[in-house]
Design a protein. Structure first.
Length: 153
């Protein structure tokens, strides 16, 4: 028995002017992430080290129990050094504002973003919540308090 996919409801914020901006979509049948496109009016140049919050022109309603993770597009990151500054960014299911992507240019040269350009990808994931309990002690493990790099070279 197959389960129906949950529904991601999307509302264009400026439907009259943004019909040329694709809504999030999977570019291949087996893609895990949906490509996200910049809904900017004019080209936006990111100098090396610059950070910009790029609007996408839509708001959304995620199903309860899900989150959206905003991740870099590998080609943009590898070829130009442009990536998501807080990767992965998280959008909670109760957020209803405009979806935007924080980009940073880690490359050596200016990079200019254009209207409709694919700038990031969005992966929808189930969220597991937990109850938090304060305790006086924790159980011991072989690793113990070993931190970064403690399990190997």
């Amino acid at each position: 028995m197959t389960r129906a996919n949950p529904t991601l409801r999307i509302r264009r914020l400026h439907p009259d002017q943004d019909q040329d901006i694709p809504l999030p979509r999977f570019m291949t049948e087996r893609a895990a992430g949906m490509d996200l496109c910049a809904a900017i009016e004019t080209p936006l140049t990111l100098a090396p080290g610059a950070i910009a919050l790029v609007p996408l022109g839509f708001a959304m309603a995620l199903p309860d129990g899900y989150e959206a993770q905003i991740r870099p597009r590998s080609g943009l990151a590898i070829r130009h050094g442009v990536t998501v500054v807080n990767a992965p960014g998280t959008i909670d299911s109760d957020y209803r504002g405009e979806v935007q992507v924080g980009l940073i240019n880690l490359g050596p040269a200016d990079y200019t973003l254009h209207r409709g350009e694919r700038i990031a990808q969005m992966v929808i994931q189930r969220v597991c919540t937990v109850d938090v309990a304060e305790v006086a002690s924790l159980d011991d493990t072989p690793r113990g308090e070993g931190g970064f790099g403690s399990t190997g070279k």
